[in-house]
Structure formats: C-alpha cells, structure tokens
Design a protein around this ligand. Structure first.
Ligand code: NAD
Ligand code: KPL
Length: 297
C-alpha cells in the first residue's frame, strides 16, 4: 500500500491513477477519521469517473509515502506522521522549487528521503472535481544515502499508475532545471496577472529578464550545477512560456485563490542562496517581495 500525505490536486491525481486498493491517504493528526475520500476525476483522455480512495488506518504499514503538500507545509506535515512510520519507509517529496527537500533530508538524514520532479499537471476547478490537465514525466531520485537502495522499488510501485516515471540519480539537477523555469515564469504571471505566454511582451519582463538570467546562471554554477549561459536559460524559459502560453501558472492560481504561494521556495530560495554565497540577486529579491505583497505571507 502507498500512503499519500496531502489530498490536494497532486495527491488526488496519484489516488486516481494508482490501481484501486494500492493507495490510501494519511490523515492529519487529530483529523476526524473518515473511511475514504470520494471525488470526480476527469482524466487527460477519456470519460469522467468517480474515485473513492481510502484513508489508511493506524495499523496499515505503507511501503512508500508520497508527500503532496505545498512546499511551505511539508516539514510540519511529515513531522505529524513520521513517528508512526518504521525508519525504513521511503518518503517521496513532490514539492516544486528547492529548499523544502533539503530541509526534510537535513531533518531526517537516517531515513530514505526521495524527491520527485514532475511535469504532470492537475487542478481542482471545483472542490470535488480533479482534472488531469496535462500529462508529462516524473523523475524520482535520492535526497539521502539510505534512499539510494529504495529508488528502483519506489519507481516500480509508481509505474503501476501508468504515468511516465523514471529513476534519476541526480535529482537535484532536475529540480534546478525546473526551478529555473518556475523562477522565470511564475512570479511574472502572478504580478502581471496573466497567463504564461502573456509575460513575454510585458515591460516588467522585458526590462528584467536579462538580469534575472544573469543571476540564475551565476547562482547555478555557485551551487555546483553545470554552467549555463544567461542566453541559454532565457531560451529555455521562453520556450516553456510559449509552449504553455494559455496556462495559468500555479503561482498566479494561488494568488487568485488567496492562497499562500511557493515564492519562498522559488525566487525566495534563490535570493537566500545568493545571500549565503555573497552573490547579489536584486531581480530575484524584487520578484520575491512583489509576490509576497500579493499573497498571504
Ligand atoms: P494543493 O494545495 O492542491 O494540495 C496540498 C494539500 O496538502 C492540500 O489538500 C492541503 O490541505 C494538504 N495539507 C497541508 N498540510 C497538510 C498536513 N499537515 N497533513 C496533510 N495534508 C496537508 O497543492 P498541489 O497542487 O497538489 O501541489 C502540491 C505540491 O506539488 C506543490 O509543491 C506543487 O508545487 C507540486 N506540484 C504540483 C503539481 C500540480 O499539477 N498540481 C505539479 C507539479 C508539482
Ligand atoms: O510549472 C509551472 C507552474 O505553473 O508552476 C509552469 C511550467 C510555469 C507551467 O505553468
């Protein structure tokens, strides 16, 4: 049985995609016990159906935990359930950005902590409706030493979902690549209140993207990642902005719905890294502060 911590969009996508009976949600400590969670599922292709996924009982011993909370909730969410898990149970983190993964690995270095980078897209236009809005790929890799021997087993369990899952020894590299894209698209969409493609002609974007990519390039190299030129990073950011031109980014969606954004784990993470390494990051700082002003922080 796979345990899912965080029954939001991504957690429900896993609940709907894994074979019936192979996954269940972990209740928050103190949450009244329910038998199951029932919701409508609109797959990427095919007809809508109703999914009913159980809540795990105290006696259930999940063989893998998927953590699908927002980055800012992740440490507390795991702290709430970790004592009931054997030390050998792999914990797989699905958060966007960086910072939360290192915090969890640093808190529980003796546990098998894995991280995923996924380009699957799921959202909930209504509380009881889960939409699989975009199919993609999911890479899974180790964040702590004890996770290395668990990688293939975790990937095999997730492959039963039919989604495209791949093992990745260097998961930090994947997370950095996604971070670059999110840092170059998400805050602009939130500040400008526009879909991803709408940022490209906006003066705010055009006036700052070159300096942002310069900061990203220096930070990546200082963090031990392969050096990529500012022009190459800009090309990647604009390629994704164009290929997802009509999409509402997760950060814009959070602002529109009055939810806390993940800015502290995207441009905020980069700003903090710059502070720690003595690298100036004025554009990351400006974007972080402007998004923080828009949402509940
Ligand atoms: P979401 O807000 O829809 O879901 C998070 C869920 O976690 C919520 O239901 C919330 O109530 C629950 N939660 C919070 N604290 C908890 C706790 N202590 N115990 C149990 N549950 C708790 O967010 P999401 O869109 O599912 O995204 C989750 C993470 O996955 C984010 O970091 C996001 O960036 C990343 N991600 C999401 C998608 C996507 O398509 N939705 C794609 C890639 C990455
Ligand atoms: O990952 C995304 C997000 O919205 O968080 C992008 C790539 C910007 C697609 O919308």
């Amino acid at each position: 049985m796979i345990g899912i911590l965080g029954a939001g969009s991504l957690g429900r996508l896993w609940g709907a995609s894994l074979p019936a009976g192979s996954a269940g949600y972990l209740a928050r400590p103190g949450q009244p016990l329910r038998d199951n969670l029932s919701y409508r599922f609109r797959p990427f292709n095919g007809p809508e159906s109703t999914v009913r996924t159980p809540f795990l009982r105290a006696i259930d011993e999940p063989e893998l935990i998927l953590v699908t909370t927002k980055a800012g909730d992740t440490l507390d969410a795991i702290a709430g359930i970790v004592d009931r898990l054997p030390e050998s149970t792999p914990i797989l983190l699905f958060q966007n950005g960086l910072g939360s993964q290192q915090a969890v690995a640093g808190q529980w270095p003796e546990r098998p902590i894995l991280a995923a980078s996924t380009t699957e897209g799921a959202n909930r236009p209504q509380p009881d409706l889960l939409v699989h809005a975009g199919t993609g790929d999911t890479w899974v890799g180790p964040m702590t030493e004890p996770a290395r021997p668990c990688l293939q087993g975790a990937v095999a369990l997730l492959q039963a979902s039919g989604l495209a899952i791949h093992p990745e020894q260097n998961i930090l590299r994947r997370l950095w690549q996604k971070l670059i894209i999110n840092a170059g698209i998400n805050p602009y969409t939130a500040i400008l209140d526009c879909p991803n493609g709408g940022i490209l002609n906006a003066p705010l974007y055009q006036d700052t993207i070159e300096d942002l990519c310069q900061e990203l390039s220096v930070l990546m190299e200082a963090a031990g990642q392969d050096r990529e030129s500012p022009a190459a990073l800009r090309q990647k950011i604009e390629g994704v902005a164009l290929s997802t031109a009509g999409n509402t980014s997760s950060m814009r969606a959070d602002v529109l719905q009055g939810r806390r954004t993940e800015i502290d784990f995207i441009n905020g993470y980069l700003m903090k890294l710059g502070n720690d390494l003595g690298i100036e990051t004025p554009v990351n700082q400006m974007l972080t502060e402007r998004v923080q002003q828009l949402s509940a922080h």
